[in-house]
Design a binder for this molecule. Structure first.
Ligand SMILES: [Zn+2]
Length: 294
């Protein structure tokens, strides 16, 4: 019996600096976020892919930056929204669609996300700086493949991405993935060798269920090429909602609406989409919000 590996990403670079990669294991994280949102089966799987995809983008961002991944699709989810940070913190939710209502392209042959768009917004840490946004169409409906396309099209970096979530019954039993990128000085033979090693992975989800250690996944991908570990970061769910933010969101609906709630319901409830926490805004708070909006 092997010890369970805690959720983390491991970043590495080949000794020549020509190939870099990140591998992650996020089983507990995906399991807890799926259960928080009451998602099981294919819906837990696609949410897990989105969480890990955003974390992969965040792993190559600078401290203080934030990544917002927004996937709109016609498949098992109409939308997934995920915020991820370079310190390994992530939150996200997904709007599920039933199997009957899902659409998988004219030929019915796309991946679980169907057709739609994939947007990545990167916000810089410093206030006043322009965010960077890249949007690509979902070409295959498989998030891993479409992220590969995103990196090439939006950031001109040739990449290979693998994402896998395995569920058994209502439970997530394995979640992990990898992102491997070729730097400009990478030789064709180096790239070919890595590609070959990635192709030899028959089923990423089965491999992860057997051995979730990201280091072993990197070793399998790099094989004979020497690599150095540059960072190991634990992953965690973190939501930054608060009573104050809930009040601010409510105040946006305007004074007339606030007066209306005060007159009829006497209080308001706001639920955070990301962590499902409920906030109650009392009559007293509503009066205060009204006074400050005048
Ligand atoms: Zn929240």
């Amino acid at each position: 019996m092997t010890q369970p590996v805690s959720d983390k990403w491991i970043k590495c670079i080949s000794d020549q600096g020509s190939i870099r990669g990140v591998a992650l294991q996020a089983t507990q994280l995906v399991r807890s976020v799926a259960s928080m949102h009451h998602l099981t089966g294919i819906h837990a799987e696609v949410l897990g892919e989105a969480l890990m995809g955003a974390l992969m983008v965040a792993s190559y961002c600078k401290t203080g930056e934030q990544v917002n991944l927004n996937v709109r699709g016609s498949g098992y989810s109409s939308q997934a929204l995920v915020d991820a940070h370079p310190d390994g913190a992530v939150r996200g939710y997904l709007l599920p669609r039933s199997r009957e209502e899902a659409f998988f392209g004219e030929g019915g042959d796309t991946g679980p996300w169907g057709v739609g768009t994939l947007s990545v917004l990167r916000t810089k840490g410093k206030p006043g700086t322009q965010p960077y946004i890249g949007t690509v169409p979902l070409v295959t409906g498989f998030l891993a493949k479409d992220l590969t396309f995103y990196w090439l099209q939006s950031e001109q970096v040739p990449s290979a991405v693998g994402l896998a979530v395995k569920t058994e019954g209502d439970e997530v039993v394995a979640a992990g993935g990898f992102l491997i990128q070729a730097m400009p000085q990478a030789s064709l033979s180096e790239i070919k060798a890595i590609e070959q090693n990635i192709k030899s992975i028959e089923s990423l989800s089965e491999d992860l269920a057997r051995d979730a250690d990201p280091l072993h996944l990197l070793a399998q991908i790099f094989q004979n090429a020497t690599f150095m570990i540059v960072q190991e970061t634990p992953l965690k769910f973190k939501c930054h909602c608060s009573q104050e933010r809930a009040e601010r969101a409510l105040a946006l609906s305007g004074a007339a609406e606030l007066r209306d709630i005060l007159k009829n319901e006497r209080k308001a409830s706001i639920r955070c989409d990301f962590c499902t926490k409920e906030y109650t805004i009392s009559a007293k708070d509503l009066e205060r919000l009204l006074a400050s909006s005048a």
